[in-house]
Design a protein around this ligand. Structure first.
Ligand SMILES: Cc1ncc(COP(=O)(O)O)c(C=O)c1O
Length: 439
């Protein structure tokens, strides 16, 4: 105990935050509604990032809030091990019905990180169940972000998140596909880069397919600064993995639930994985929840391998399929559907693309990339100070009433799917002013 004041800023060790800088200059969000946050003194902040890629239907949506409130009064909690409650089954069925291909089973977690670690464990369980105990190798991709569990940082490819921590043995990384010399200012999927998927052939040759369990990629990388898959790249990964008995996992924690204009990137881009992780937009960010959609082939193999009355997969969380999260997810799916928000994202995408590419003439802008309702503006780094320029833009934009997200010198934009054309113009204009002011 110290004699600090109650509600001191210091006890809260903030995640992925420069704690000392933040606490010297705090930025607090007090309330939110539709497209805006509001600071404690009432300043509106246009949400250019859907919170953290999750509030796809906009903030404070009444049907979602009411569903959570109602559920809290009906059934606050139910143990998910050897017991069930109706909403978890309803949500799993609804997701299974809408997921592409034969992704017909759903395992619930509480975050993207947990979903990723769950998916990696399912992949290992599947390979063992079909008699391939030697298939334990996992392959991720450079610049990949798969959350912060030990599994996720191992297959992830962001150095700051890995260094200093133990990582899993037997992990390799494919090359990332971002190359400004080849594909800067591409609109949508770059034409260049499909051949980079062939690096998987090299890893197969090096280690033998009989040692590889799964490949995990984000169909579109978000956290690394928006890396859009080259035309044909995901198709090629699908082809090689299928050919060699390797599972393909899509980490759709940010791409699922409308971000690219469909329920999943898999559906939009026409490539179906064997496992698909999601979170964030699943509950519109209102209650933590993650999920792994699993193919019938994988589920059946794991389940049939176990003794008849035995537990088939020794994994799960106290809050897997939490009643409040299920209520929030079902209500979010209702809102997405009733308001046609995925179709809305598809319809807005060309306007969005034109608007963000309109920033190409600004000083220090070295790339603009986009897909669906996502975009990135990459700035030239200041010598000796990578990330400083974009961080300055972030501060400036926030002070002027716009929330953006920065990773290194990349500004990432992913507004709620309810954004209007006028608000797109406003967002881009405010960003233009912030970039100009910090040039
Ligand atoms: C692709 C991807 N996977 C996993 C995660 C981790 O999710 P969480 O922060 O909910 O653990 C994220 C978070 O941004 C993500 O973008």
């Amino acid at each position: 105990m110290t004699d600090r004041a109650v509600n001191d800023l210091h006890p809260f060790w903030m995640p992925f935050t420069a704690n000392r800088a933040f606490k010297a200059r705090p930025r607090l969000l007090a309330t939110a509604r539709d497209m805006h946050y509001f600071t404690p003194d009432g300043q509106a902040v246009l949400d250019g990032t859907s919170g953290l890629w999750c509030v796809n239907a906009g903030h404070g949506r009444a049907p979602i809030t009411e569903a959570i409130q109602k559920q809290a009064a009906v059934l606050d909690y139910a143990p998910p091990f050897q017991l069930g409650h109706p909403l978890a089954f309803e949500l799993a069925s609804r997701l299974a019905m809408q997921m592409p291909g034969d992704l017909n089973h759903v395992f619930f977690a509480n975050s993207g990180s947990e979903s990723v670690d769950t998916a990696l464990k399912i992949a290992l369980a599947y390979q063992q169940a079909r008699g391939f105990e030697g298939r334990t190798r996992l392959i991720g991709r450079q610049k990949g972000y798969h959350g912060v569990g030990f599994g996720g940082i191992s297959v992830g490819g962001l150095e700051n998140n890995r260094k200093g921590f133990l990582t899993l043995p037997g992990v390799d990384h494919l090359p990332h596909t971002l190359d400004l010399e080849q594909a800067a200012f591409s609109r949508g999927q770059p034409a260049w880069g499909a051949h980079l998927a062939d690096d998987l052939e090299r890893l197969i040759e090096q280690h033998g397919a009989e040692t590889i369990a799964a490949v995990i990629v984000e169909p579109m990388s978000g956290s690394a600064g928006v890396i859009v898959p080259p035309v044909g790249y995901l198709e090629r990964l699908r082809q090689i993995t299928s050919q060699h008995g390797i599972l393909l996992i899509f980490d759709e924690v940010i791409t699922a639930f409308g971000r690219l204009g469909g329920l999943t990137a898999a559906e939009v881009l026409g490539v179906t994985p064997d496992l698909l992780t999601c979170a964030k937009g699943l509950t519109n960010g209102a209650v933590p929840m993650g999920a792994v959609a699993v193919s019938s082939q994988v589920y059946d193999t794991v389940v049939r391998h176990a003794a008849r009355d035995g537990i088939e997969f020794f994994h799960g969380y106290t809050y897997s399929g939490h009643p409040l999260a299920c209520a929030a997810a079902l209500a979010s799916l209702d809102v997405y559907e009733a308001e046609g928000l995925f179709e809305r994202a598809t319809g807005l995408a060309p306007y969005w693309e034109d608007a963000v590419h309109g920033l190409a003439d600004l000083p220090n802008v070295i790339d603009i990339r986009n897909l669906g309702l996502v975009a990135a503006v990459e700035l030239a780094s200041r010598p000796e100070a990578p990330g400083a320029r974009a961080m300055e833009v972030f501060h400036r934009a926030f002070d002027d009433g716009l929330l953006i997200r920065v990773t290194g010198d990349v500004i990432a934009l992913s507004p709620p799917l309810i954004i209007s054309k006028d608000q797109i113009d406003q967002l881009v204009d405010q960003l233009r002013q912030a970039i100009l002011a910090t040039a």
